[in-house]
Design a protein around this ligand. Structure first.
Ligand code: FAD
Length: 311
């Protein structure tokens, strides 16, 4: 099998999808159905986010298991240090290993909802790089290990040069690819990639793309991640903000244009933050002519797992 970092280095446009564990049992079932449909679009891999503690993190390992071993999707499990003593990290890695998952996105993690500031677990890890190092020590080359990159800075205001240095440390500790925070300004992203290359980061850098679902969600997510919105985007979207269909159409055109520039710059893997919704991502892929023609579609999967999610 191609290791993920190798397969995403191919000079051919490819894409991947991020999903998160839904809060309700019905939501989980709906997501499995959607994964099934999105499987036929031919993603290079899918990844599943990690929530701080509780039921939602065991749902992550469960979803990784279903995606990898039932749906046969190349799956990447996010894993964070938030509220994770070493034993819990071990359990999560063991679950991924047993599911046949060979890719981990190693993160420091957001602070839990009830806390403003992030605090290290006394028996856990402080930085993402410590987690990367630990996974390497424990599992050798079994896992490809991705890490997070921030073209427009991280939420805690660390200086850009220092943040880049910390990214380099994550790669030096054993990271094999980078997935970036969402952005809408391609110039900022390409500049940042160049800076990463200049300090010796040579692994694949995968841009995180957030499709536009509605105007309100678009603004909310951009504000939340503090990413720059090119003024022309606002000029085009603001006047039609109450017409969801028009926003999605113009939004598709803007995201397609942005992805084309990224592909033209020689970066071929696009990572979509699906927000567990298929339509906006599918529209962008159609706009980019990246969706395989019908003959190339994979056959429907033989059965859908019924895991009895009535928690
Ligand atoms: P780190 O790289 O450890 O950095 C955290 C902070 O510590 C930074 O300010 C960094 O500059 C600083 N730092 C690092 N090393 C040192 C050092 N040696 N000395 C001093 N300071 C240092 N969060 C979730 O909870 N679940 C998810 O599933 C999730 N998925 C994500 C996916 C992507 C693609 C991205 C971009 C982010 C995701 N996040 C997720 C959010 C992420 O956990 C937060 O942004 C978190 O605040 C930083 O995580 P990190 O892995 O980049 O941390």
């Amino acid at each position: 099998k191609d290791k993920l970092a190798e397969s995403i280095s191919k000079k051919k446009p490819a894409f991947s999808f991020e999903f998160y564990p839904p809060k309700t049992g019905q939501g989980v079932q709906n997501l499995y159905d959607r994964m099934d449909r999105m499987h036929s679009l031919g993603p290079e891999f899918i990844d599943i986010t990690w929530n701080a503690g509780g039921r939602l993190s065991s749902l992550t390992t469960e979803m990784v298991n279903v995606a990898q071993s039932v749906y046969g999707l190349e799956t990447c499990m996010h894993l964070t240090c938030t509220g994770m003593p070493k034993e819990k990290v071990d359990e999560a890695l063991e679950a991924a290993y047993k599911a046949g998952c060979q890719n981990i996105l190693a993160l420091r993690g957001d602070p839990p909802r009830e806390k403003e500031k992030w605090e290290a677990d006394p028996n856990g890890f402080r930085y993402a790089k410590d987690l990367v190092k630990y996974i390497r020590e424990k599992y050798g080359d079994h896992f490809d290990i991705g890490v997070a990159g921030y073209p427009e800075g991280c939420d805690d205001g660390t200086e850009p040069e220092l943040l880049m240095q910390h990214l380099k440390e994550k790669i030096d500790a054993g990271g094999t690819f980078v997935i970036t925070q969402m952005f809408y300004d391609v110039d900022i992203f390409l500049d940042w990639v160049q800076k990463a290359r200049d300090i010796g980061i040579t692994v694949p850098i995968i841009p995180g793309i957030m499709p536009i679902h509605t105007y309100a969600a678009f603004l909310r997510r951009a504000n939340w991640t503090k990413c720059r919105i090119p003024p022309r985007w606002l000029e085009l979207l603001e006047p039609i903000k109450n017409d969801d269909v028009a926003v999605r159409d113009i939004g598709r055109d803007l995201i397609v244009e942005m992805c084309r520039r990224i592909l033209d710059a020689g970066i071929y893997q696009l990572h979509f933050y699906t927000m567990n919704l298929a339509t906006a991502t599918r529209m962008v892929l159609e706009g980019l002519d990246l969706i395989p023609s019908l003959e190339e579609n994979l056959p429907p999967l033989p059965f859908r797992p019924s895991l009895g999610f009535n928690r």
